[in-house]
Design a protein around this ligand. Structure first.
Ligand code: SF4
Ligand code: SF4
Length: 279
């Protein structure tokens, strides 16, 4: 089976426990205002804008898709800036066995693999196939980094074969959530409860965005939610950064360190060592 992959980071220490290969799948079902990987959100619609903007001639349309010549690319990212479709001409279609080979070639250095995105659960059959093959051949762990906007059937399949989940909560106020992401947080909060009960909810991630979800009350609320959920899930507080952002939020400055520290300390009062600082 084939999957669409935006990029692979062979060694990552921020995508789950230990050293992990992070596999970023193409395509998402949200449109977050602060997304710093906006080129992972949509599939290419062959508009050709990126081809015209590439200074190296590294892109061309052929065989009904954009062909990308890595040897000519100077990584200037002009194609990504030019794409108005929140896509990338550089994502690749890959067979599960091709991905398996890359994982096996790096196995000796790794603790595990993490599927991220985009929203990786949109390609559930592909990731299940890869995880099954990886588990048959190695002792690597498999983690899922999800926005939580997914269906029960996919989660039921995943909990049978993965070792952990990282889940984003963008805002607890549903109006704010809709403004930030375009969708309601109701199914995400239901999935949070479900994953908590499986014992596999390794981490909840919460990005602090000035004026949206970063009042002291907001941080207390998310901290109490995690505290009352179970006794094991970590809360990672992440300060907003404008890097890569393609919406009106690109004009916001990086999150104030002073304000971050105040909010982090509030969270510690509730969750103690289950709060993780992200500088
Ligand atoms: S990053 Fe994009 S625009 Fe720049 S050289 Fe590579 S393909 Fe061309
Ligand atoms: S990657 Fe974006 S700009 Fe390039 S053809 Fe696809 S949709 Fe158009």
């Amino acid at each position: 089976m084939k999957g669409f992959i935006n990029r692979i980071i062979e060694n990552s220490f921020i995508d789950g426990p230990g050293n992990r290969m992070a596999i970023f799948m193409q395509g998402c079902n949200m449109a977050c205002l602060y997304c710093h990987n906006p080129e992972t959100q949509r599939m290419c619609n062959l508009c050709m804008v990126c081809v015209d903007n590439c200074p190296q001639g590294a892109l061309q349309q052929a065989n009904g898709k954009i062909e990308y010549d890595k040897t000519k690319c100077i990584m200037c990212d002009r194609c990504l800036e030019a794409c108005k479709n929140f896509s990338s001409p550089k994502y690749i279609e890959m067979e599960s066995d091709e991905l398996l080979k890359i994982i096996l070639d790096n196995e000796i250095f790794l603790d595990g693999i993490t599927f991220s995105g985009g929203e990786c659960t949109l390609q559930i059959d592909f990731i299940l196939e890869v995880i099954e093959k990886v588990k048959n051949k190695t002792s690597l762990t498999a983690f899922i980094d999800t926005n939580g906007f997914t269906d029960q059937e996919s989660l039921d399949k995943l909990v049978k074969c993965v070792d952990g989940f990282m889940l984003d909560i963008k805002a607890l106020n549903d109006k704010v959530h809709k403004k930030l992401t375009g969708v309601s947080n109701k199914p995400i909060l239901e999935n949070l409860e479900f994953l908590s009960k499986t014992g596999l909810l390794y981490e909840v991630r919460y990005v602090l965005v000035e004026g949206f979800n970063d009042s002291i009350e907001d941080v207390k609320e998310i901290s109490y939610l995690i505290k009352n959920l179970n006794d094991y899930t970590r809360l990672v507080l992440i300060p907003f950064r404008p890097f890569g952002v393609k919406t009106e939020l690109s004009k916001l400055p990086p999150y104030s360190k002073e304000k971050y520290n105040i909010l982090y300390n509030e969270a510690i009062k509730i969750l103690e060592d289950r709060v993780i600082e992200k500088g």
